[in-house]
Design a protein around this ligand. Structure first.
Ligand code: IYR
Length: 228
């Protein structure tokens, strides 16, 4: 029997179709196989990607759970060659400092197998750049500023959905975090209440695209059961 609850705010029933267990497991295995084919890419094709694909990926991201349902993200997308050039120049400046001056030996070892360097050609080759901003505060309809809760966690989850949605459309991306990223607020005219979170170049992989020959850690390292 359903419980009768008293609500102070509107609630609606939620009853997604219940899959038979074996069907659910099959769907889970297929979903894993699909996600396992995703790779981060640094060589993009300049082939165009329709704006609808970006919109669909952001629609998917926008379904992410968030702290107090504050949805503290803004996705800023550009295919403007001038803006992409500005972003590349500024990002390469930061990366030059990182690779030439600041890079510390532990970083060097951790990044060696990725063969990254300060050159970020993909920032101009990929047809789209999507920069995700985390809203540390949000502006209420009355103009007041409200602190957001768990902004980083919420935006991180939304970015995961975004990446998965792109992959489902045969598109690729790179979770790129030039460090520091403050230049993105300046170039993209974002308010001080938002912080750049991740920069995603989006496109199809180049015909001669390669990725590092990496493997994923086994389930036994990713999942630990406790108790009986
Ligand atoms: N931001 C630098 C370095 C870098 C850092 C991490 I963590 C990576 O996974 C890859 C690169 C760069 O983009 O080259």
């Amino acid at each position: 029997m359903t419980q009768t609850r008293k609500h102070r705010y509107p609630f609606v029933p939620y009853a997604p179709p219940r899959l038979p267990v074996d069907e659910g497991l099959r769907a889970g295995a297929e979903f894993h196989r699909h996600l396992d084919r995703r790779r981060s890419v640094r060589w993009f094709s300049p082939d165009p990607v329709p704006v609808e694909a970006i919109e669909l990926a952001v629609c998917a991201a926008n379904t992410a759970p968030s702290g107090a349902h504050q949805q503290p993200w803004t996705f800023v997308a550009t295919q403007d060659v001038v803006v992409k050039h500005q972003i590349r120049v500024a990002a390469e400046q930061e990366e030059q400092r990182f690779y030439r001056e600041r890079e510390i030996p532990e970083w060097r070892a951790a990044l060696a197998s990725l063969e990254t360097d300060e050159h970020k050609e993909f920032l101009e080759v990929a047809p789209w750049l999507v920069v995700v901003f985390a809203q540390k505060h949000r502006v209420l309809p009355n103009g007041q500023l409200q602190k957001t809760y768990y902004a980083s966690e919420s935006v991180g989850i939304a970015c995961g959905f975004f990446i998965a949605a792109l992959h489902s459309m045969g598109l690729t991306t790179l979770t790129h975090t030039p460090n520091p990223m403050a230049f993105l607020s300046r170039v993209l005219h974002r308010p001080a209440t938002e912080r750049p979170y991740i920069l995603f170049p989006v496109g199809y992989p180049a015909d001669d695209c390669e990725v590092p020959d990496l493997t994923r850690k086994p389930l036994s390292e990713a999942l630990v059961f406790v108790g009986d």
